[in-house]
Design a protein. Structure first.
Ligand code: ZN
Length: 159
């Protein structure tokens, strides 16, 4: 039996209908004009944690902290490529296709849709990464094809 999946619909709520005149800033939700990473880290306390920084119709930006040895549940995305800016520590991405990317502070990592990504803090200090995804950010969990890491958590999740 085959399953036909409905295409994902992304609703854009705030479209410009013409040239946008200068206007006061109207930020909302988690969005802030200026986020200081050090302040978020101080508020959130010991890792692991994640904190949404920006969310709109096109962007889901999340600051993620992992302790040494910590990391994500390996998964892939169907609808979007995902990328990260490493803000601290040393991280490793194990990817479908026998690819390993090691990255450190100030590095940018990009992963195409469909690639399982298993991200781990391989250093001995806190790691910080800013993840940029696109809503609705469905996660399809899958064992890491490289190290075999798997867990029995839910198979799908939408950020
Ligand atoms: Zn992901």
């Amino acid at each position: 039996m085959s399953t036909v999946e409905a295409p994902v619909t992304i609703v854009i709520n705030r479209l410009a209908t013409g040239p946008t005149p200068p206007a006061p800033v109207a930020a909302g939700g988690p969005n802030a004009l200026h986020t200081r990473v050090a302040e978020v880290v101080a508020q959130m306390g010991p890792p692991p944690w994640s904190r949404r920084i920006i969310a709109d119709e096109r962007n889901l930006v999340t600051l993620i902290a992992s302790p040494p040895g910590g990391g994500n549940r390996p998964h892939w995305h169907r609808e979007f490529d995902e990328w990260w800016v490493v803000l601290g520590g040393h991280l490793q991405w194990e990817l479908t296709g026998d690819v390993v990317v090691n990255a450190a502070k100030d590095d940018i990592v990009w992963v195409p849709r469909g690639a399982v990504h298993h991200i781990r803090n391989i250093g001995d200090e806190l790691s910080l990464r800013l993840a940029v995804a696109m809503p609705p950010a469905w996660h399809f969990f899958h064992p890491c094809e490289q190290c075999g890491f798997a867990d029995d958590g839910p198979r799908q999740w939408c950020a």
